[in-house]
Design a protein around this ligand. Sequence first.
Ligand code: NAP
Length: 538
Amino acid sequence: MATTVESKVSSDTKVLQSYLGGKWQAGAEGGAALVNPTTGDTLASASSKGLDLKAAMEYSRNVGGAELRQLTYGQRAELLGKIADALAARRDEWFEISRKNSGNTKTDASIDVDGSIGTLKYFAKIGAKLGDARRLRDGAPMRLAKDVNFQGLHMGVPLTGVAVHINAFNFPAWGLWEKAAVSLLAGVPVLAKPATSTAWLAQEMVSAVIEAGILPPGALSILCGSPYDLLDHLQQGDVVGFTGSADTGDAIRRHARMRQQNVRLNIEADSLNAALLGPDAIPDSPLAGYFVREVMREMTLKAGQKCTAIRRVLVPEEQAAAVTEAIAALLRAVVVGDPANPTVNMGPVVNMTQRKTVEEGIRKLNAQAAFAYRPANFSPVDANLEKGAFVPPTLLTVRSGSDADMVNELEVFGPVATVVPYRDKENAFDLARRGGGSLTASVLSNDTAFLAEAGVALGTTHGRLLLVDPSIGDSHTGHGIVLPSLMHGGPGRAGGGEELGGLQGLWFYHQRVAMQGSAATLTAMSEGAVDPGGNERG
Ligand code: NAP
């Protein structure tokens, strides 16, 4: 049972503790500050200095892994359902923390908090279908030689290590649970490492689950504060799931221990996602309306701090001026300020450091792109611009995407996008691909044949494609929303990773083994195994 989750170092500053080795532990000193980006006030601090991470990982492997593997997939799915219920019961508290520590409006917080609860529920539901099995199989035994009795079968056995999940600051709830749901269902214990700047929500959620006594000992741990020597203790059988910047992803990939032990790694990194308005689009048509609204939403949701947000707006050159003006008109109506004010549509970015990084990014883009919309007298509602990390929604435009490298190379992680005119469809596809590998792109057209062509043309450089004709203009789930039933990840710059994807996501946490033997042996082996099959919705 958990002891206290946090202690006070001063009258108003919390110290976030880490839950490692089955107990709450504080680092050796105060550590990094977590701030309210609206006011600049310090909310909490987190330090992991001096914590025994080697012992923590051993505990996860030896205690958590063994406990989880005693359960069937069905039993573990039930645990996910209980986690979702425990979290849903305290939804209002999570929204409050999101507002304070991430500057989230209610809509922003919902994407993170409700997104995490929904993902857990989804895996609880589809995991239940795997029933009493404890291993995976891929299809049925197949004949391998002249002797029909000699057969082969691909099987998946749950990994015996620990899953280290290193997350980005922008989704402290969803980032934690979208990874943990799949890992726990697979039977692999989780050691989560949230980004320090917004770790409060992740830590409180883990605390709620630990206190509710839902999971067996060692199944779920959390490290709040810097990673220090975390990666030095990885070993064969462990996995690392990383979400964050390409630079950090690269450092993790090159870490000596990762290479020596060939630790399995999934990277979800930067992305220069595009939205492409088809050449057939007519100004002021319903299709153009869907397009500009989606661009505005993607720029302002979570103040543009979504890995999937639209950064490049590809439009036919003869329509560039009209589309730019239509987006600018929508941005003009966006109310920026303290998310506690119900009229506010967009809050601050996560902290002053990030604000400076975004402002620097805008300056770099502006060297090649002109401002198409940037409020003249930016004055966030109920907030002090000196103290709050506010960035105005900023739309830029280039004359030709082919001449402007920066827009295809620099991810400005804030409420910023650039309109890029294209000549014809080949030019449009070429520009979309110049993102160097992206998580997602949206293509909007009245012409379903064009959409199908775009899907194939962009498929090699994208992880997900949203192909919208007017029949789904109002009903699709949105450019930036990641669904648990579909794979999330992208090639190249986006990290080359694959997460979620329904039950297919389980394979990352299993060792795939090619079993060869007699029909009788393989039949015996298949007992207690289940084919996770396709990804039909549960
Ligand atoms: P970041 O600075 O790369 O940090 C990500 C995580 O890595 C944090 O938990 C950080 O811990 C940790 N970390 C830093 N250095 C490390 C090291 N040497 N070894 C192990 N862990 C280390 O990224 P961020 O600023 O939090 O997030 C923004 C970026 O994430 C954007 O570029 C965005 O595109 C990307 N992102 C991608 C996705 C996706 O699904 N593809 C989703 C969300 C965000 P500390 O916080 O303690 O430094």
